[in-house]
Ligand binder design. Structure first.
Ligand SMILES: O=C(O)CCC(=O)C(=O)O
Ligand SMILES: [Fe+2]
Length: 338
């Protein structure tokens, strides 16, 4: 007799085929939901293929990222996230410490990346802008032709894809497909473009492109170029590479999904080190975040006597603002106006 030991988590990240999943009655939807269920328990990460996003839209977004980061630093600093009341915009190299999430531990050195963040435009008298929720207010664009139109078109398509993923995640939990919909009606999300220079020889101890962190919101859709450098921790505690794979997005679930599922689905640590070539690395994550006023509590079917409630109830904004503050050192909505 062999004593049963649980199987080892995979040393790689699965690919989920989304072909046919838009059709609610298609068996493809059930198959994808099952694959997502497994991936979310094991690594919280998976690739998606046949996602329906036009490759030209993605290529245009990378071209825009390059054009933006090629601007002079003074021009980019005009768009500083620290000056915008919606806490979106530019952050220079060293502008964030992603490895800072555990308040009981020393934060890592600042990240070796520069980035630009883009939220949802709402009028200044919108209650969410008045409340200072991150990403709700005015996006400031650089003087690059077509910049705003491209950002908005890409973000709109990521919301489309994000909504499909939320339906598949709901199905993967035996919930009605539209279970998450009421939490994502505020048209939110953060479209981020990141540039990582090659890892320099001289760095502070433990300083890398993006320090180990979890994502804060619902679900993240990441487009990465061919340089590589993203690493993901699985439930066994092993770091595995999320190698670039043409035609796919890397998808991972964020902390709010871990809270909803009472920890059944993992919002896992990941980090970036651009150590593979002498090239700059570009990546474009879209963070599909819930309505800041949504109350996040465990889905009843995810709570059992063996798995009692793990997280206190919070609003989406409470969690997002705490995580933002830990990594940037100030609270969203408290940016200096000048
Ligand atoms: O650049 C990447 O591949 C990942 C970026 C990331 O994890 C983040 O911005 O939260
Ligand atoms: Fe991340």
């Amino acid at each position: 007799m062999h004593l049963y030991a649980p199987p080892k988590p995979p040393a790689s990240i699965p690919i989920v085929d989304l072909a046919g999943t838009q059709d609610a009655k298609s068996p493809a939807r059930d198959r994808a939901a099952q694959a997502i269920h497994r991936a979310c328990r094991e690594t919280g990460f998976f690739y998606i293929a046949n996602h329906g996003t036009d490759q030209r839209l993605i290529d245009a977004q990378f071209a825009l990222a390059k054009a933006f980061f090629d601007l002079p630093l003074e021009d980019k600093m005009q768009l500083s996230l620290r000056k915008n009341p919606a806490s979106v915009g530019y952050e220079p190299i060293g502008g964030q410490k992603l490895d800072s999430q555990d308040p009981t531990k020393e934060a890592a050195p600042p990240d070796l990346k520069e980035s630009f963040n883009w939220g949802a435009d709402v009028p200044a008298d919108h209650p969410y802008a008045i409340a200072g929720y991150r990403g709700y207010g005015t996006n400031h664009a650089p003087a690059l032709p077509g910049f705003r139109a491209q950002m908005d078109a890409y973000a709109a398509d990521m919301r489309r894809l994000g909504n499909l993923l939320l339906e598949l995640i709901a199905r993967s939990l035996d919930l009605p497909d539209d279970w998450f919909k009421p939490f994502f009606l505020s048209n939110g999300g953060n479209l981020r473009m990141i540039k990582y220079p090659p890892q320099p020889d001289e760095v502070q101890r433990n300083q890398i492109g993006a320090g180990a962190h979890t994502d804060w919101g619902g679900v993240t859709l990441l487009a990465q170029d061919q340089v590589g450098g993203l690493e993901v921790r699985n439930v066994a505690g092993d770091w595995i590479q999320a190698q670039p794979m043409a035609g796919t997005f890397v998808v991972n679930i964020g902390d709010l999904m871990a809270r909803w599922t009472n920890g059944i689905y993992n919002s896992n640590l990941h980090r970036v080190k651009n150590n593979n070539s002498a090239r700059d690395r570009y990546s474009i994550p879209f963070f599909y975040d819930a309505d800041p006023r949504a109350t996040i509590e465990a889905i009843p079917t995810c709570v059992t006597p063996e798995n009692p409630v793990k997280y206190p109830v919070c609003t989406s904004n409470e969690h997002m603002a705490d995580m933002f503050q830990r990594s940037y050192g100030f609270r969203p909505g408290q940016a200096k106006a000048s």
